[in-house]
Design a protein around this ligand. Structure first.
Ligand code: NAI
Length: 286
């Protein structure tokens, strides 16, 4: 029987979430996605008008089908958390049931269960500011959108995940090494996400037989990465210095996610897997 995946953080065809969806679809999974509410309309319209058709092509020539797109804002756990200005914001007012709890309820109502949960989202409003210039509000917002969002997603989706299921998030080496430019508390948020991967692996493993892993990905020119402003430099740096001197493709991260979600990885949990052409292993630039 085919597996069903819910991938949170897909709003175009450039990011890791899209690539992971494709690799999972190529492996036979049914694809559901969670799309950030403010990006939902344009994503659905583009999908419907065929704007992504070229990037929907799978290795066997067929097109990836997204069975359903759910609106999601992962900084809100339930309707009581949503402040008035968001409720009445016209980018949100057109959608409903987009808090984490409601999204999980909707998926349960529509499909009953899932096997694979992917968290491919992050947001840090002050990411371009050095940590020393980051406000408390900006720091906490980065943690809320990029770290707690994962705790919340797993917490709410775990009850509908089948035993043997797998959960994956995306992280970045700025959590453990100094990457000037990855600011606003985003480096801190990734460190939290990685630590939580271990604790959540224990809790979800014991309670639901679900595996929890994170992929530390190399640089990709996604929408989110372009907003940080140093992505081209990071890509050039990696090509110049990594053991494998090639540009990293999103598909390579997608394929690793498909492996981690598969029975081939049935004993892997609580792990951080680098998919970065080996750059993490270098001690000096050469
Ligand atoms: P992306 O722009 O494709 O994905 C980020 C997604 O998060 C977007 O679709 C955005 O709409 C969504 N999002 C933001 N706030 C949200 C919220 N409150 N609720 C729901 N969705 C929200 O960019 P990318 O780079 O593919 O990011 C995916 C993951 O990969 C992130 O965790 C990122 O930190 C990680 N990553 C990216 C690297 C890169 O170089 N692009 C390197 C290493 C990790």
């Amino acid at each position: 029987k085919g597996k069903r995946a819910f991938i949170a953080g897909v709003a175009d065809d450039n990011g890791y979430g899209w690539a992971i969806a494709k690799s999972l679809a190529a492996a036979g999974a049914e694809i559901l996605v969670g799309t950030w509410v403010p990006a939902l309309k344009i994503f659905e319209t583009s999908l419907r008008r065929g704007k992504f058709d070229e990037s929907r092509v799978l290795p066997d020539g067929s097109l990836m089908e997204i069975t359903k797109v759910y609106p999601l804002d992962a900084v809100f756990d339930n309707p009581e958390d949503v402040p008035e200005d968001i409720k009445t914001n016209k980018r949100y007012a057109g959608s409903s049931n987009w808090t984490v709890q409601e999204a999980a309820e909707s998926v349960k109502h529509d499909f009953g269960s899932i096997d694979i949960l992917v968290h491919s989202l992050a947001n840090g409003p002050e990411v371009t500011k050095p940590l020393l210039e980051t406000s408390r509000k900006g720091y906490l917002a980065a943690i809320s959108a990029s770290s707690y969002s994962y705790v919340s997603l797993l917490k709410h989706f775990l009850p509908i995940m089948n035993p043997g299921g797998s959960s994956i998030s995306l992280t970045y080496i700025a959590s453990e090494r100094i990457i000037p430019g990855y600011g606003g508390g985003m480096s801190s948020a990734k460190a939290a996400l990685e630590s939580d991967t271990r604790v959540l692996a224990f809790e979800a493993g014991r309670k639901h037989k679900v595996r929890v892993n994170t992929i530390s990905a190399g640089p990709l020119r996604s929408r989110a990465a372009k907003a940080i402003g140093f992505i081209d430099m990071m890509i050039d740096y990696s090509i110049a210095n990594a053991p494998l001197q090639k540009e990293l493709s999103a598909e390579e991260v997608g394929n690793t996610a498909a492996f981690l979600a598969s029975p081939l990885a049935s004993a892997i949990t609580g792990a951080l897997v680098y998919v970065d052409n080996g750059l993490n292993a270098m001690g000096v630039g050469v």
